[in-house]
Design a protein around this ligand. Structure first.
Ligand code: ZN
Length: 366
């Protein structure tokens, strides 16, 4: 029997999450940008299975179902050109996640995300019915726990938590918000309190902003919970991109989103700094979202290997801090086989005319 998510976190274990799927699969030709819907779970299961497997090998302890935006209202908004239903996607995604998770000691998390319907109608019963439909598939397939993720409005996330907790399974809830708070101006601390009161046992932040900004927001959530004398585990799954100039809406407001983000990619050493900082502030569920590739997840597992006591399988082909370069034929490359070199490197972009930062769009425009 695998230990459940709450057993692991209650025991003080570090749980490494997986990385982002939609951006990674868009780049590989399996997801359409703008729509960001996960039909690939049905159309190209081999592609989804492979990326699950790479995250597992990199050290992920959780495999999330590839069900981002897989509600019928979102599929219809995107034209549903394939006629594949949300139900079919959710079923296929559960099978794929379970198959791969069982190849290691990983748990399957069924995920729901924000709905277009919330912005259109804000009808509590209709929005909750969407989450219930997804939940029914997750329960039927016996996922290990549930994740409410990528919500800009804490009010909608509360509804999702309320629905998912009826299953009796543990519920994690992460918002895609900045240290300023959610889109309605609710502070991170108040958001955390509301999510825990709604029934979430794990709360935090995902997507939209770079790792250290997301860690800062989770820290504000932690302080809010402490002030309210509430207890919950903390979680963070940030972007794998640098977003120093971003405003409230995060990387969506950058001109590089979504087709020219490469120059903003984080290095594996950036990820080690992130993992260390997240651990230092008390976050124990540490993963990634858009922009996280398997080697980024491996960097988290390697940085926290002293606490966890083991390295992931993908580290068989990777020495931390470039030690394997000692065998390189060129002396100047051999000289890079040391921590100090990579830790202090300021990577050049190689783009002579590029600014270091962009001007984000006005985040108040709708
Ligand atoms: Zn994301």
């Amino acid at each position: 029997m695998k230990k459940g998510i709450l057993e692991r976190l209650d025991a003080g274990e570090v749980v490494i999450g997986d990385g982002g799927y939609v951006i990674a699969l868009e780049r590989r030709g399996y997801v359409k940008a703008g729509h960001w819907t996960p039909e690939a779970a049905v159309e190209h299961p081999e592609a989804v299975r492979q990326i699950h497997r790479e995250f597992l090998r990199a050290g992920a302890n959780v495999i999330q179902t590839f069900t981002f935006y897989s509600s019928d209202d979102k599929l219809e908004l995107s034209g549903n050109v394939t006629n594949i239903t949300g139900q079919q996607i959710n079923e296929a995604a559960c099978d794929l996640a379970r198959e791969v998770a069982n190849e290691g000691n990983a748990l399957v998390a069924g995920g729901v995300s924000q709905t277009p319907l919330y912005k259109d109608s804000s009808s509590e019963s209709e929005v909750k019915a969407i989450f219930k439909k997804q939940l029914d598939v997750f329960v039927k397939n016996n996922v290990d726990f549930l994740i409410v993720e990528y919500f800009e409005h804490v009010a909608e996330a509360e509804w999702a938590v309320q629905v998912l907790k009826t299953s009796g399974k543990p519920v994690a809830a992460t918002l895609c918000i900045s240290p300023e708070g959610d889109i309605d101006g609710v502070s991170p601390g108040d958001c955390a309190v509301r999510l825990v009161k709604a029934g979430a046992q794990i709360v935090g932040i995902n997507c939209h902003l770079d790792p250290l900004t997301c860690v800062r927001t989770v820290k504000l959530m932690k302080e809010g919970l402490e002030a309210a004398k509430l207890k919950a585990h903390l979680m963070v799954q940030p972007l794998g991109f640098h977003t120093p100039e971003c405003n409230h809406t995060g990387y969506l407001s950058l001109p590089e989103f979504p087709f020219a983000l490469e120059s903003r990619a984080m290095t594996r050493w950036d990820m080690q700094k992130y993992a260390r900082e997240a651990y230092r502030v008390g976050i124990r569920y540490i993963g990634g979202c858009c922009g996280f590739e398997p080697y980024h997840i491996r960097a988290l597992a390697e940085e926290l290997a002293p606490e966890r006591g083991f390295l992931p399988p993908a580290s068989d082909k990777h020495d931390m801090w470039g030690k394997s370069l000692e065998l390189h034929s060129k002396p100047w490359v051999r000289a890079r086989a040391q921590r100090g070199f990579w830790e202090n490197l300021l990577p050049a972009s190689g783009r002579p005319k590029c600014p270091s930062m962009a001007t984000p769009e006005d985040s108040t425009a709708t």
